[in-house]
Design a protein around this ligand. Structure first.
Ligand SMILES: Nc1nc2c(ncn2[C@@H]2O[C@H](COP(=O)(O)OP(=O)(O)O)[C@@H](O)[C@H]2O)c(=O)[nH]1
Ligand SMILES: [Mg+2]
Length: 354
């Protein structure tokens, strides 16, 4: 009965014998697991962890079910996935309240997949959040990011850095690169978001279980969206603050940009094979027709094949194009016979901010 007396507003609680269990369930703090990949971030990681605690530790949410409305706190569990830092990153994170995992594999994406797996096992969280260890994201944005997951309005909430970008937070080249990649991902993969590379995201734990991360580097941010979209996840975007980074970036714009573009093509092959193979086949056939126009024209007028090599090239290109297109049809058939990974239904709690 002590539990009932400690409720903030007794009038909102109508207890019936079989709802006591439900009320106790409702009053449990909301568990938030935060996964932070970190590689040589000794200058920032301590500040990042401190900011998370100072925002979440005293946060209160209003939670209600059919019977009751109660105020509950948040319980953060922070997992720093260290990618083999040679500086003091791991020690600093350990000295704060964070679990530090040493990553066996390599890369940002691998770190996240490892961190999600651990966090789900260890904390059984209500919501997962991923963020960088470099101080670019403001923990103050976290409650707004995780709320749509808790209230079951979304399965993934992405930060959008472009509206809240502070001066010096992103170089001009990276801004162009980010826009280009997001455009490509939207066009080809149909993800429909404006900032596909943002590293501050909240996820329903069931969604996080979908990712295997064959893109183990920076391209994981894109792969994750394609996988989620394909599984029917509800994805929304929320404007967040993006601050200048503390310490040196691990992103190599040219190398990582090219890899992300490569991953987008690979995802296109897997998720939209007809477009991938059909598009490539159509391009080849089109080239063939262009080459052949002249030959056909002379043949029509004179009945002679003017240039044997260009006629052969035309035939070759068109035949290759048709072959690619039929490969696309086959791949599309195989894909449609594979059972889709579907997200299980969730049990929503109705949550709002206080
Ligand atoms: N564990 C791990 N973390 C990484 C690796 N590469 C980058 N990170 C971390 O991932 C986050 C994003 O990298 P960052 O350099 O900020 O890239 P940007 O945000 O795209 O500019 C940072 O916290 C990095 O420390 C890696 O190979 N392993
Ligand atoms: Mg960063």
């Amino acid at each position: 009965m002590t539990i009932i007396e400690s409720l903030p507003d007794e009038r909102t609680i109508k207890l019936s014998p079989d709802s006591i269990q439900e009320t106790i369930e409702l009053m449990k703090p909301v568990k938030v697991a935060i996964v932070i990949p970190a590689l040589n971030e000794e200058l920032a990681v301590g500040k990042v962890i401190d900011e998370i605690h100072s925002t979440l530790d005293n946060y209160k949410l209003t939670v209600s079910d059919a019977m009751n409305t109660v105020l509950v706190g948040l319980k953060p569990g922070i997992v720093v996935v260290d990618g083999g830092s040679t500086d003091n990153t791991a020690n600093i994170a350990k000295s704060r309240r964070a679990v530090v995992l040493r990553q066996r594999g390599r890369g940002y994406g691998d770190a996240l997949v490892v961190g999600f797996g651990y966090a789900i096992e260890a904390f059984d969280p209500d919501v997962l959040v991923m963020m960088d260890a470099d101080g670019t994201y403001d923990a103050a944005d976290m409650p707004r990011i995780l709320l749509p997951i808790l209230s079951d309005e979304a399965d993934i909430v992405l930060g959008n850095r472009f509206s809240g970008m502070q001066p010096g937070a992103m170089t001009f080249t990276n801004r162009i690169g980010n826009r280009a990649i997001s455009w490509l991902a939207n066009r080809l993969l149909g993800v429909g978001v404006s900032d596909t590379q943002c590293g501050l995201r909240a996820l329903a734990p069931d969604v996080a279980k979908l990712f295997n991360g064959y893109a183990n580097g920076m391209s994981f941010a894109t792969e994750m969206l394609a996988d989620a979209e394909h599984a029917g996840a509800r994805i929304i975007e929320i404007s967040i603050v993006y601050r200048p980074r503390i310490g040196r970036t691990k992103l190599d714009p040219l190398h990582d940009g090219a890899r992300i573009a490569g991953i987008i093509l690979r995802l296109l092959r897997d998720y939209r094979p007809l477009l991938f193979f059909g598009g490539a086949g159509a391009a080849l056939a089109f080239l063939g027709i262009l080459f052949g126009l002249n030959t056909v024209k002379t043949w029509l007028y004179t009945g002679a094949v003017a240039s044997m090599p260009s006629a052969l090239l035309t035939i070759l290109l068109i035949a290759a194009g048709l072959q690619l297109a039929s490969l696309g049809l086959l791949a599309d058939m195989i894909k449609s016979q594979r059972p889709n990974r579907r997200l299980p239904p969730t049990l929503p709690r109705t949550v709002s901010m206080k």
